[in-house]
Design a protein around this ligand. Structure first.
Ligand code: FEC
Length: 318
């Protein structure tokens, strides 16, 4: 007998069109509509990235499909069929819609995972809370993957991406040791530190593990994409860090946004347009590692941690 296990694959979400940006931004701001100026600024950023499309939507769709394949392939398929459902934080299908779809399909046991490797109570924690509440109300038993920031295959694939770009620097005249590797992730309000949140330490642990495996000696961690609110956000921001590096006579920088797994606004605009423009102004050569998107190695990481979490569900495999 085959048992079906639902997998709620959660991601940030992105608008479906420029007309949808206002509703999306309002959702991010917990129901407070943005000012006309804030809305224009966000729309301008979306318009500036590849062809005005919303790459996160396609990337998430592909990741969800690829994960379902990975979970059900080869020896993984023994008496268990995994069915993946998408649940987005700020766009349709919302997290609650994903759980509802599982309920409609008669799923009674499920695993939840977020397409972000590092845990913060303000990021992954809020996805899990929403999914858990809806699952409890729907009578679905759910277990969650909280983080996978040190999974050996994740460290391996990211180290290979760092090494590939360091090779590219070398081919074009820079010595490996002259390149500063800048690991980065989405900033969060500083108050998470006083709450004992593991986010920063997990990001530093991932950075350190990649640097070790890729043989990188010159690296540091910096934040990016801080929200536009009055409260203090974790810093320094990548733009400030680039200025400091320029003053310190560094000429070559490799950006490694390890907190993100897809090409989307925060990578394609904040790094590839905004940080790149500053780098040119400062006469720095800035490259970025390729995003994981649906790389089979990343799918293998997700598949492994989902299957491990599924063991907690005590599924009968007779
Ligand atoms: O491509 C896209 O359409 C979506 C790109 C996108 C990703 C993303 C990931 C994270 N965020 C995190 C935290 C916050 C906090 C606030 C916040 C605000 C925004 C805004 C946009 C946006 N975020 Fe985001 N985030 C993405 C996009 N984010 C747009 C609103 C305009 C702005 O501030 O730039 C502040 C909310 C508030 O006002 O209270 C906090 C974290 C992540 C990484 C983990 C994850 O993926 O969940 C943390 C992708």
């Amino acid at each position: 007998m085959t048992t079906k296990i639902g997998v709620l694959v959660m991601s940030y979400g992105t608008p479906e069109s420029l007309e949808g940006v206002e509703a999306y931004y309002t959702h991010i701001r917990r129901g407070n509509p943005p000012s006309a100026e804030q809305l224009k600024e966000l729309k301008d950023r979306y318009e500036a990235i590849v062809g005005g499309v919303f790459p996160l939507r396609e990337n998430t769709d592909r990741q969800v499909a690829a994960l379902q394949n990975a979970l059900n392939s080869g020896h993984n398929a023994e008496n268990v069929e995994y069915v993946c459902y998408q649940g987005l934080k700020h766009a349709r299908p919302f997290i609650e819609d994903g759980v509802e779809a599982m309920l409609q399909d008669g799923i009674t046991k499920a695993v939840g995972i977020v397409l972000a490797p590092h845990y913060s109570v303000m990021s992954v924690g809020t996805y899990i809370k929403r999914a858990q509440e809806k699952a409890a109300a729907s009578g679905i038993e759910m277990t969650f993957v909280e983080s996978y920031h040190l999974h050996p295959e994740l460290i391996d694939v990211l180290s290979r991406r760092v090494a590939a770009k360091l090779d590219l620097f070398e081919e074009t005249g820079a010595k490996r040791g002259e390149v500063r590797v800048l690991f980065s992730a989405h900033s969060l309000p500083e108050r998470i530190l006083a709450m004992g949140d593991p986010y920063r330490d997990q990001l530093l642990a991932t950075s350190e593990a990649i640097a070790k495996q890729a043989g990188v000696t010159s690296w540091q961690f910096t934040w990016q994409s801080a929200g536009r609110t009055a409260q203090p956000w974790l810093g320094p921001d990548i733009l400030e860090t680039l200025r400091e590096l320029s003053e310190a006579q560094v000429k070559y920088v490799l950006s490694a946004p390890i907190g993100f797994v897809s090409d989307h606004l925060e990578v394609l605009y904040d790094l590839d347009i905004e940080a790149q423009a500053l780098a040119s102004e400062l006469d720095l050569r800035l490259l970025r590692i390729d995003s994981l998107n649906s790389d089979p190695a990343y799918m293998s990481v997700l598949s492994d941690v989902v299957q491990t979490a599924a063991k907690e569900l005590k599924v009968s495999q007779s």
